[in-house]
Design a protein around this ligand. Structure first.
Ligand code: E4P
Length: 234
C-alpha cells in the first residue's frame, strides 16, 4: 500500500521523504490555511520534494470555476493531481479533466456509490473519508471495505485512497482490506514508527552495550596494572 502524507507542512514532507516511505502528498484548503502564504508556491515546493502525486484542491463550486482552478494547478508541476469534491458539478469537472489528460482525486467520498460514480467519471484517485464517518458514530472503514472490491471486480483504473485517517489502526485496516493508498497526518506516521517496547528496547540495548564495554575496558586494565605492580616489586 502506498503511503501519502496529508499535510501542507514542508518540514513534515521533507522528513518523510528522507525516511524513504513517502509515495505522495494530499493537501486541502484547511491544511493550507494552517501554513498560509501562497498556495502555488507551497504546492511547487511539495511537488519538488515528493516522488509521486500531489493533490491540490479546487474551491470553486461550479464546473467552469473548477476547471479554471484545476488547469492552473496542473501547470505547476507534472505530479499535480487536481482534487475535486464529490458533487454533480464535481463529476462533470472530473470527466472534463479526464478528457484533457489532467488527473483528479475525488474528495469527500462517504459511500461506495459515490466512489463508483467518481471512478466512472474518470477520477484517478477516490478518497473515502473514514475518520469523519467514525466521528458521527458510523464505521468509516466499511466504505473502503465495499469500494475496494468494486474497483477490483470491474478492473477499474482508479485507486482507493483512504483519507481522514485518525490513528495507526486505520492504516493497518486499510492495508488489510487492500486499499491502494492511505494518506496520513504526520502525527499518525510517527505513531506508526514507535512502540513502547521498541523505544524501551533501544534504551536497554544501549545501556547493556555501554556496561559491557566498561567491564571489558576495566578487565583489560587489570592485567596491565598487575604487571606494573609486579615490576615495581622486582
Ligand atoms: C484527504 O485528502 C483529506 O485532506 C483529509 O484526509 C481530511 O482529513 P480530516 O477529516 O482529518 O480533515
Amino acid at each position: 500500500m502506498k503511503i501519502f502524507l496529508d499535510t501542507a507542512e514542508i518540514d513534515e514532507i521533507r522528513i518523510a521523504a528522507r525516511w524513504g516511505i513517502l509515495d505522495g502528498v494530499t493537501t486541502n484548503p484547511t491544511l493550507y490555511a494552517k501554513v498560509g502564504g501562497s498556495y502555488e508556491d507551497i504546492l511547487k515546493q511539495i511537488c519538488d520534494l515528493t516522488p509521486g502525486p500531489v493533490s491540490a484542491e479546487v474551491v470553486a463550486e461550479d464546473v467552469e470555476g473548477m476547471l479554471r482552478e484545476g488547469r492552473e494547478f496542473a501547470k505547476l508541476a507534472p505530479n499535480i493531481v487536481v482534487k475535486v469534491p464529490m458533487s454533480e458539478e464535481g463529476l462533470e469537472a472530473i470527466s472534463r479533466f479526464a478528457e484533457e489528460g489532467i488527473k483528479t482525486n475525488c474528495t469527500l467520498i462517504f459511500t461506495a456509490n459515490q466512489g463508483l460514480l467518481a471512478a466512472k467519471a474518470g477520477a484517478s484517485l477516490l478518497s473515502p473519508f473514514v475518520g469523519r464517518l467514525d466521528d458521527i458514530n458510523e464505521e468509516g472503514m466499511d466504505v473502503v471495505r465495499e469500494l475496494v472490491p468494486i474497483i477490483d471486480t470491474y478492473d477499474i483504473d482508479s485507486e482507493v485512497l483512504v483519507a481522514s485517517v485518525r490513528h495507526p489502526r486505520h492504516v493497518t485496516e486499510a492495508a488489510l482490506i487492500g486499499a491502494h493508498i492511505a494518506t496520513l497526518p504526520f502525527k499518525v506516521l510517527q505513531q506508526m514508527v514507535h512502540h513502547p517496547l521498541t523505544d524501551k528496547g533501544i534504551v536497554t540495548f544501549r545501556a547493556d552495550w555501554e556496561k559491557a564495554r566498561k567491564d571489558a575496558a576495566s578487565k583489560n586494565a587489570e592485567p596491565a596494572a598487575a604487571g606494573a605492580a609486579a615490576g615495581r616489586q622486582n
